[in-house]
Design a protein around this ligand. Structure first.
Ligand code: NDP
Length: 480
């Protein structure tokens, strides 16, 4: 049965439908999913405006209870929903389950934040006048989310949007609609006004574009590619709509000559090939000190070759397929490009034949690369990583920072001096020491610099900056 959109509080069929297949096994049809029409989008935006006013007026504990219920149900159903996620996206089951559980934690974290919305007060510079500064909801928020973390990315936007009193119109990536329907079913069952939360599955080019061009939207939160992000910003400015965007990156892990070798290799392998390399925080550049380079490379290549690639739901699989045929073709084109640019492909980077027909490729490691190669400048979103050899810590830092992006960076070192200097001078929104470049918490800010991000930070208390607007009230009580 075709899965429906949630339009103005009703589950409705749209103007067409798409099929969703398991990238681990193309004979497995995950389901059919409806596509919203333009009229449905407009109708749901109108209802969202009405519902938002009602929701913002709910008591704090009533809102808190809704967010807690969503989060607790997701955590309780992490096995089931994680299996569905892995089935449609292709990440190994442990990662799928972990993602759903983490997504639940975003909701319980923001449930608590419902009660922590505390403003500021001041005396006016004028006599006998007090000033009260507090935050209010921005209104109707459009959320446009990617396929690589279909549940977590959407949740770290939806949870704060609801917490701070907004209505949500969610356009998930069309490649991963099943996870979106599952989350919407949980949200829709809660004690919320009709139409507060909408699901508008449809293609980015049609329904997504119409959503970001709509003057009925007060704020847009987007995660995806840089070109689409730039288009969204251009559309948003026409209506002066608030916008927040997390886009690609080209994250570097610097491995120093004093690093714990085994730790460095395991961080590099996890950071480069976790989620099949399809993470905005993936370690796609490994900047390695000459003093440890040869030993590191030997273990890295052996580790990549030993990785078990296979069906996302099979026991022991460490890396699933990539998400689509198009992504696979783009990845293979980058492998060819790397070779043309003079990089040495030490292992992997090839399509794999498996018992099930799917989008499998082997994890690839490029050696002898330079930072000016396109494979080191463009986001590949592939299970591919490049080693860049450097002669000193200073050179490593300068290579790490030589990028248009700036989401995450990491250093592996036993030197407190280098770790401290790196932490203070890496030009990224997130920096890690002896930890992978991927993997972040939910209670602290997340975001980057340069082409990686635009607008206020996501997550933690920082999310309030985007999902609220500040009101300054002046009060003259008059004579007693
Ligand atoms: P996109 O940027 O195309 O998609 C991200 C989201 O935006 C999807 O929901 C998509 O919908 C939607 N969208 C697409 N076009 C528009 C539009 N004109 N207006 C409004 N919404 C739109 O990323 P892709 O999925 O195509 O992936 C391409 C590349 O983007 C990847 O290879 C990777 O480099 C990068 N990427 C980065 C991510 C990150 O976490 N930083 C996440 C995903 C991708 P739909 O999918 O239905 O078309």
């Amino acid at each position: 049965m075709t899965k429906l959109n949630l339009i103005a509080g009703e589950w409705l069929a749209g103007e067409s439908e798409i099929e969703n297949r398991n990238p681990s096994d193309l004979s497995d049809l995950v389901g059919m999913f409806t596509q919203a029409s333009a009229d449905q989008l407009d109708a749901t935006l109108d209802q969202a405006r009405i519902a938002q006013a009602e929701w913002a007026a709910y008591g704090l504990e009533r809102k808190q209870a809704v967010l807690n219920a969503i989060g607790n149900e997701m955590m309780a159903r992490a096995e089931e929903l994680g299996t569905l996620l892995s089935r449609e996206e292709g990440k190994p089951l442990a990662e799928g389950k972990g993602e759903v559980y983490r997504a639940g934690q975003f909701f319980t974290y923001y449930a608590a934040e419902c009660l922590r919305q505390i403003g500021e007060n001041a005396d006016s510079v004028r006599p006998d006048i007090e000033v009260d500064v507090r935050r209010e909801a921005v209104g109707v928020v459009a959320i446009i989310s990617p396929w690589n973390f279909p549940t977590a990315t959407a949740s770290w936007k939806i949870a704060p949007a609801l917490c701070y009193g907004n209505a949500v119109v969610w356009k998930p990536a069309n490649i991963t609609p099943a996870s979106a329907v599952a989350l919407t079913e949980i949200i829709e069952r809660q004690d919320i006004p009709k139409g507060l939360f909408s699901l508008v599955m449809g293609s980015g080019r049609s329904i997504g574009q119409r959503l970001v061009e709509s003057p009925k939207v007060n704020a847009i939160s987007f995660t995806g590619s840089v070109p689409v992000g730039k288009g969204i910003a251009a559309a948003a400015i026409q209506n002066l709509t608030k916008v927040q965007m997390e886009m690609g990156s080209k994250n570097a892990l610097a491995v120093m000559d004093d690093a714990d070798l085994d730790l460095a290799v395991s961080l590099a392998l996890g950071g480069a090939f976790g989620g099949t390399g399809q993470k905005c925080t993936a370690s796609s550049r490994l900047v390695v000190h000459a003093g440890i380079h040869d030993a590191f490379v030997e273990k890295l290549v052996a580790g990549a070759q030993a990785m078990k690639v296979g069906h996302a739901l099979e026991d022991g699989v460490q890396m699933g397929p990539v998400v689509s045929e198009q992504q696979l073709q783009e990845n293979l084109a980058y492998v060819d490009l790397g070779k043309t640019e003079g990089a040495e492909l030490a292992c992997g980077g090839a399509r794999l034949d498996m018992p099930h027909q799917g989008f499998y490729m082997s994890p690839g490691v490029f050696l002898n690369t330079t930072n000016d190669m396109r494979i080191n400048r463009e986001e590949m979103f592939a299970p591919l990583t490049s080693v860049i050899k450097v002669g000193s810590y200073d050179e490593a830092l300068s290579v790490v920072n030589d990028t248009n992006f700036g989401l995450t960076s990491g250093i592996v070192t036993k030197s407190l001096a280098r770790a401290t200097h790196f932490r203070r001078n890496a030009r990224t929104g997130v920096v890690t020491v002896n930890l992978p470049t991927a993997g972040t918490d939910y209670h602290v800010p997340f975001g980057g610099r340069g082409d990686s991000s635009y607008g206020p930070r996501e997550q933690g208390k920082a999310a309030a900056e985007f999902y609220t607007t500040v009101k300054t009230a002046y009060i003259s009580a008059g004579p007693v």
